[in-house]
Design a protein around this ligand. Structure first.
Ligand code: P6P
Length: 335
């Protein structure tokens, strides 16, 4: 049972028994993410003051300029997860291939793999807009003691054992689920402790916020164009409000609290959309469903998509269930 102002550490211990596989490793994994988030948060909050802005002079597999904070966040999460000897493999938006982690005993007997977008929305860094970290956790499917293979990472989202994000905003929060609802914890930076501030988070079934980059309108599928016009129509509870931060974690977080839908569809420029299935859409979809919301590619449940590539992209419709289903209706009717 969640108690307001309970610390994240107390919450993890109290709820550890809920997790049927619990041998403490998942708790230690969440704890390591908690620690890494504090380190990244410290740097994000000082980004304007130290020479950590700007690009690191490299690009990631997506061909995107790697911001220095991207590189820093990636290293912090990978090192923290590696040092704690909890996971046997990591996949990251910032790494071309997955990373195999062998314990000090040179064995691969840890049971979890983590997939992570270490700093989502990084293009917002230099303009002081919220950014986030997104993580997804699976149990490995290949035999314990052997090196992980791509099959351990290419699992459908329904297999996730945990998922969450950190939003580095006006306050820093960890929001995560282990399959028993969604809880949000706010960092008290004065003492470096996260406290339960948003117990049992729920997506309102309806909302009046739609989040989409309308600059791409001419490239959208007809169903999305029709849904946007529906949102803008002077009728009943509309027009809705358009809110788009350009940071998935921030738009998702606001929509989960207030009600809303986030859409990043396929376009004529990006036929599979922009967002990555494994470390953006699947974890956000697990959170959405655990909070009573919905996540699809416009037609199919995100978490039932069988991945084929580590960095594959999918169209993403996510948020209040009635809004997602209305958008899916427009997609179906325009087919
Ligand atoms: P665009 C950030 O790069 C991101 O992956 C999401 O966080 C964000 O919602 C989206 O891309 C923004 O993309 O094309 O609208 O700038």
């Amino acid at each position: 049972m969640a108690k307001i102002n309970q610390s994240l550490g107390e919450f993890i211990i109290e709820n550890q028994s809920e997790f049927k596989y619990s041998s403490g490793e998942l708790s230690r994994l969440i704890n390591s993410i908690r620690l890494a988030a504090k380190v990244v948060n410290h740097k994000v909050n000082k980004a304007g003051l130290v020479d950590i802005l700007g690009t690191a002079g490299d690009t990631n597999i997506q061909g995107e300029d790697q911001q220095k904070l991207d590189v820093f966040a990636n290293e912090v999460f990978i090192n923290t997860l590696t040092n704690r000897e909890i996971v046997c493999g990591i996949a990251s938006e910032e790494e071309d291939d997955f990373i195999t982690i062998t314990g000090r005993n040179e064995k691969n007997d840890n049971k979890y793999v983590v997939l992570i977008d270490p700093l989502d929305g990084s293009s917002n860094i230099d303009v002081n807009v919220s950014v986030g970290t997104i993580f997804s956790v699976f149990r490995r499917v290949t035999p314990s003691g052997t090196p992980v293979t791509i099959d351990d990472f290419l699992q459908p989202g329904i297999n996730q054992v945990a998922a969450g994000y950190i939003v580095y905003g006006t306050s820093t929060m960890i929001v995560y689920t282990t399959g028993h609802g969604v809880n949000g914890f706010t960092l008290n930076p004065a003492i470096g402790t996260y406290y339960l501030s948003h117990p049992n988070m729920k997506f309102p079934e309806d909302g009046n916020i739609y989040s989409v980059n309308e600059g791409n309108y001419v490239h959208f599928p007809q169903g999305v164009k029709d849904y946007i016009k529906y949102c803008q129509k002077e009728e009943e509870d509309r027009p809705y409000t358009s809110r788009y931060i350009g940071s998935l974690v921030s738009d998702f977080h606001r929509n989960m609290i207030k009600g809303g839908i986030y859409i990043y569809p396929n376009t004529s420029k990006d036929p599979n959309g922009k967002l990555r299935l494994l470390y953006e859409c699947n974890p956000m979809a697990m959170l959405a469903e655990q909070a009573g919301g919905k996540a699809s590619d416009g037609f199919n449940r995100i978490m039932e998509i069988q991945p084929t590539q580590l960095h594959q992209r999918v169209p993403f419709f996510c948020g209040s269930i009635n809004m997602v289903e209305k958008a899916e209706e427009f997609m179906k009717n325009s087919k």
